[in-house]
Design a protein around this ligand. Sequence first.
Ligand code: HEC
Ligand code: HEC
Length: 375
Amino acid sequence: MSRKALGILLLFFSLQVFGEEIVFTDSEKSLLEAFTPWPTVIPADPGNEYSGLKWAEALGAQLFNDPALSADQSISCASCHQSSKGFSDGFALPQSGVAPHVRNTQGLLNVGYQRWFGWDGGADSLWAASLRPMLSDIEMGSDIEGIATKLRDTTYLTEALEQNDLEIAALDDETVVVTVAKFIGAYMRTLASGETSFDKFLASLGVPDIEVRYPLSAQRGMKIFFGEGNCFVCHFGPNFSNGEFHDIGRPFFTGVGQVDPGRFTGIKRVNNDPFSLAGNFNGTKKEAEILKTTSVKFRQVNFGQWRTPSLRNLELTAPYMHDGSLQTLRDVIDYYAEIDPARLHSKGETILKSFTWSEREREDLVMFLKTLSEK
Ligand code: HEC
Ligand code: HEC
C-alpha cells in the first residue's frame, strides 16, 4: 500500500468519521480538559504592587494611549498596539517606531497569562515589558529623565496620584517612570478575550442533549491539531501557549550577516535588566517569582527559539511569526505541512515533521484555528 493510501486509511480510523458525525474518544476528551476553562483567572503582574487595583488599571489605560511617553511626544503604546487589531498593528514589522524594527508587534490580548514577555522573553513582568519600548532606541526612543519631566506636568496623572496618597514630587525620576510602567502593567493584565465557538463546543462535549453548532470542518481540524499534528504539545493550555520557547525553523536572518537569535538574547536581557524581578524595583518581593528570574541561564540551544504564541484571536493579528513573515493562517499551515526536518536549525525540535495533508485537511486546520477567535 502506498504511504498516501495508508495515511488516508489511518486518518479515517483515527478520525472515526462515520457519516457526518465526528466522535471524540475518552483520551481525546481528557486531553481537551487541559484547554479549559476559558475565560479563566489571570495571575497578578509579578512584582507589581498596583496589579489588580482598579484606579491603577484605569490610569494605565490612559497612559497606554499617551504619546508623552515617547521622545518626540508623537508615539503612544497604542500607535503600535491597536485595540481593533487585538492590540497588534497589522504590519509585518512596526511602522510607528523611531527606527526600523526586526520583530512583529505582538498582540496583547491575554498577555497576562504568559510568564516571559516579548518574542524572546526578554522581560519577566508586564511592567518591565512596558519600560522596554519607552527606553528602546527603535520604539519610543525616550529616556528616564525625559519621560519623568513630562509626567510631572501631566495633570490627569498627578491628580490621580494625589487621590491615592502618592505625591509625585516626593518620587525620584526612576521611581516615577517605574510606577507609571506598573500602572500600564496593571492595565494590560485586564486585556483578556472572551468565549469562542471552540470554548462553547468543548463545554458541550460529554454533556448529554446539548448541541452546539460547530462546523464539521473545524472538528476535523481539531482532530489533527490534537492528534497527528502534535500542535497541542507547544500550543498547550487554555491560552494555547505553553509559555516556553521553541525553534520551529523560521529564518532568523534579519539582513545580510545579521541574525536575531531570539531566546538567546532574551535571557541575556532579563539577566541584565535593572527592572527585572531580581532588581530593586520589585514591589512585592515574592520568593518564587524572584527565583524564576535568577535561575534562568542561557544555553546554546536557546539560539533561534521564540516564545510559543497564543492562538486565540489570530484573526485580528495577521501577519504571523516573530518577523511577520507569513501573511495568512493558510500560509502558516502550509509551512508546518512542508517543514523539512533536515533543514531545521541544528537544535530544532524533534517533534516537528512534514505532513502529507490534503487540500481539505489544510483548510480544516485553518477552520479550526478560526474558531479560536471571538465572533
Ligand atoms: C514601535 C511599535 C511599538 C510601540 C510604540 C510599543 N510596542 Fe509593545 N511591542 C512591539 C513589538 C515589535 C513587540 C515585540 C518585541 C520583542 O519581541 O522584542 C512588542 C511587545 C510588547 C509586549 C510583550 C507582549 C507579549 O506577548 O509578551 C508588551 C507587554 C508590550 N509590547 C507593551 C507595550 C507598551 C506598554 C508600550 C508603550 C509603553 C508599547 N508596547 C509600545 C511594538 C511596539
Ligand atoms: C515545537 C513547538 C511547536 C509546535 C509543535 C507547533 N508550534 Fe506553532 N508555533 C510555535 C512557535 C515557537 C511559534 C513562533 C515561531 C516564530 O515566531 O518564529 C509558533 C507559531 C505559530 C503560529 C503563528 C502565531 C502568531 O501569532 O504569529 C500559528 C498559527 C501556529 N504556530 C500554529 C500551529 C499549528 C497549527 C501547529 C501544528 C501543525 C503548530 N503550531 C505546532 C511552536 C510550535
